[in-house]
Design a protein around this ligand. Structure first.
Ligand SMILES: NC(=O)c1ccc[n+]([C@@H]2O[C@H](COP(=O)([O-])OP(=O)(O)OC[C@H]3O[C@@H](n4cnc5c(N)ncnc54)[C@H](OP(=O)(O)O)[C@@H]3O)[C@@H](O)[C@H]2O)c1
Length: 425
């Protein structure tokens, strides 16, 4: 059987332009073709490290050894254990070409517009772990290409945020933060200013609040003539996670009186921060100090795959009672004014709907931050009861406008964004 190096030498004789050999055998191979190298032929010497990324100094020494072994082109592949390892490779490869091993050629070309990337291309990114599922690069890169801006938007898998910022603080990168444990990014935009300072903006709050304000304006016409239609309203936020904080803060900024309801103590902490009241989620069902309130769900209750759940309906509670005949009658009849054991199935259903209607009756507008699915059970039921609804997709897309504006300094191409969103989301 022909030896591997014999096959390579034959390829040189037959006019191959490039031969790739591992560093271990590079000396032997280049010596064997010494004096017989065709003019256009080049030797690529490769080194693969499947364990880690060595220090800058070690990589520098490796490059020198590869050149000494006869490399016309040096190819180094290392394993990045953390995104900050890449910075060491950047230092060595300022004048080289970089290839991301995991990227498919299709993604390089179609997703990241690789053919348009130049040394002065501005880099924006979304950071998180996991981050690969984020659709932001897809939307932004298509928009950036259509608008003709010399920029690219990439996914950045980040384990240690502090180390990431310390390492890349001199690069023109803008970041998105992912929220705790959730698969949704909290859209906290961090921009590096020309003077080297970092500035952060929460675009989630702008996206959600502006969508709610616009719907209220549609509802109320030009009243109030100035200021926010949220001013003075009672604004009930369900949830106190990343999205809950954004909504509670945003509503407070617009002059609303904020109530935060969560299943854990975080409601109290957040309510204190925005000068509002804290409730449990159960208490919200019977909370109606006035009419015309705004309800904003920011819990993940109702999100895929649990699309039949809703944070405010009493249905689950009623069914629980229904199937628990040993519960004392006073619990069944006292609070909800009906004894389920004597109701027919029709009676039960109308009782459930009445109570659900009761819970939603006092709100003018119901917003749900969830965008998978777009039409959550909470929104469907609110719509059935004649309430104005605002979708989580609207928050998502509007925070995208804000993100684009902050990144590029230009107004967002809103129609294009909406079109891309309807195609990709
Ligand atoms: N439309 C947009 O642009 C946008 C942006 C961001 C987020 N979101 C959506 O907002 C939702 C929350 O996201 P996040 O980032 O704020 O997540 P997060 O920080 O993890 O907060 C999740 C919230 O949901 C509550 N929760 C979770 N499971 C619950 C359950 N079974 N019963 C009652 N409460 C429950 C949590 O309560 P505890 O504190 O008690 O755990 C917490 O308040 C997600 O559906 C996300 O997709 C949408």
């Amino acid at each position: 059987m022909m030896k591997r190096q014999d096959a390579l030498r034959l390829a040189v004789e037959f006019g191959a332009y490039y031969i790739d050999v591992e560093l271990k055998v590079a000396d032997e191979f280049t010596n064997s073709i010494f004096g017989k190298k065709p003019e256009k032929f080049k030797v690529v010497v490769s080194s693969h490290n499947f364990h880690n990324t060595p220090s800058t100094e070690d990589i520098g020494n490796l490059v020198a050894r590869m050149q000494a072994a006869g490399a016309d082109i040096v190819k180094i592949a290392t394993t990045a254990l953390d995104i900050t390892d890449v910075a060491r490779v950047f230092q060595i490869t300022v004048h080289s070409q970089l290839a991301g091993k995991q990227l498919q050629i299709k993604d390089l070309l179609d997703l990241y517009n690789f053919k348009l990337i130049k040394p002065d291309t501005k880099v924006y990114g979304i950071i998180g772990k996991p981050v690969g599922h984020s659709k932001s690069p897809l939307l932004f890169n298509e928009a950036l290409k259509k608008v003709g801006l010399n920029s690219v938007y990439v996914h950045l898998l980040v384990d240690d945020v502090k180390r990431f910022f310390n390492t890349y603080s001199s690069m023109s990168i803008c970041w998105w933060m992912m929220s705790r444990g959730s698969s949704t990014p909290i859209h906290l935009l961090i921009l590096l200013d020309s003077d080297g300072t970092l500035k952060s903006y929460n675009t989630d709050y702008i996206g959600a609040i502006s969508a709610i304000e616009d719907r209220l304006r549609e509802l109320n016409g030009s009243i109030p003539a100035v200021g926010s239609p949220l001013a003075g309203k009672l604004f009930v936020v369900l949830g106190a996670g990343g999205a809950g904080k954004s909504l509670a803060y945003g509503a407070q900024q617009k002059g609303a009186r904020v109530v935060v309801a969560n299943r854990t103590f975080e409601a109290k902490e957040l309510a204190e921060k925005v000068g509002g009241e804290a409730l449990t989620l159960q208490e919200v069902n019977d909370f109606h100090p006035e009419e015309g309130m705004i309800l904003a769900n920011t819990t993940s209750v109702g999100m895929k795959p649990n699309i039949n759940s809703t944070p405010i309906s009493k249905v689950a509670l009623f069914l629980y009672f229904f199937y628990s005949p040993r519960l004392p009658k006073v619990m069944l009849s006292g609070k909800y004014n009906c004894d389920l054991r004597v109701l027919s199935i029709d009676g039960l259903i109308s009782s459930l709907l009445r109570n659900l209607q009761e819970a939603l009756k006092h709100y003018d507008l119901v917003f749900d931050a969830i965008y998978t699915p777009k039409d959550t059970r909470l929104l469907r039921e609110a719509r059935e009861f004649g309430k104005i609804i605002v979708y989580g997709t609207e928050m998502l897309i509007r925070q995208g406008f804000e993100q684009y504006k902050n990144f590029t300094g230009l107004p967002a191409p809103e129609d294009l964004f909406r079109e891309l969103m309807s195609r990709h989301a």
